[in-house]
Design a protein around this ligand. Sequence first.
Ligand SMILES: [Fe+2]
Length: 312
Amino acid sequence: MPMQRNTTEDDITAEALQRFAGTQDPRLRQIILGLIRHLHDFVKEVELTEAEWFQAIGILTEAGRMCSDKRQEFILFSDTLGVSMVVDLLSHRKPDGATESTVFGPFHRLGAPELPAGGNIAHLDKKGTPTLVSGRVLDLDGKPIAGALLDVWQAQSSGLYDSQDESLSELHMRGKFRTDAEGRYLVRTVRPVHYPIPSDGPVGRMLRATGRHPWRPAHIHFVVSAEGYEPVTTHIFDRTDEYLGSDAVFAVKDSLICDFARREKAEGDAARLGIAPPYYTTQFDFRLKPAAEPGATVLDAQRRLAALGAAR
Ligand SMILES: [Fe+2]
């Protein structure tokens, strides 16, 4: 008598799991079996129709077609679905006192210029309010880390990153800074603004269809790395921003919120750099934990960024 097979949807799930059960690599086996189980459960739970399944394939196809060296629609999906932050939390469990990480986002680009302390990343932005961001890079004991690298990027005061701004053909609002012997850094920029994530693709349609807004609270992106320390990918946020409680990508952490103080007099660094009031200052100290893998370097951090699909 011929064997009866694949008569129910649960039979298919069991058969698919069995086909992958011989995967040699134990981690790959764990991932693929978990994926099959959850994916099949999801389809069965919502009783996905054929039309919906075709629609999903169409959405993924369109997302893939939209990706380029300046656009990463899949990172936007991951960010807006909250997955990026879950992965971030699982991957970066910091000991007490280390700076918390947050999403990398789709807008990092390689090749930002190295600038001296006080260098202006916003040299083409004439509308924003000048802002000085300063602080130190420290280890968990509070000792300064000299020569740490801060890779900084930010949206312009128009709310657009350079890669979204068709009037720009060069990198803008990006720079790399090194800490001095006391671990100090100083970045000149303009006050960050809240901005909507790109909503002209499938991610935007998803947000509209589900009644969600696309706004991210004002922030500045940092990747901070130093020889022998775990690099941290993070942002600092403006405490007064109206979207702190509803960031479209779930990236806000209390420890990353800063006060941007308005200054009416040119003093200190601002006077030395020729910044006319009004301007803002804010301070943030980054604390790095020792590298888990000995020999982790700044270069490794850059390679990791490149592997994440950072645009060149
Ligand atoms: Fe951003």
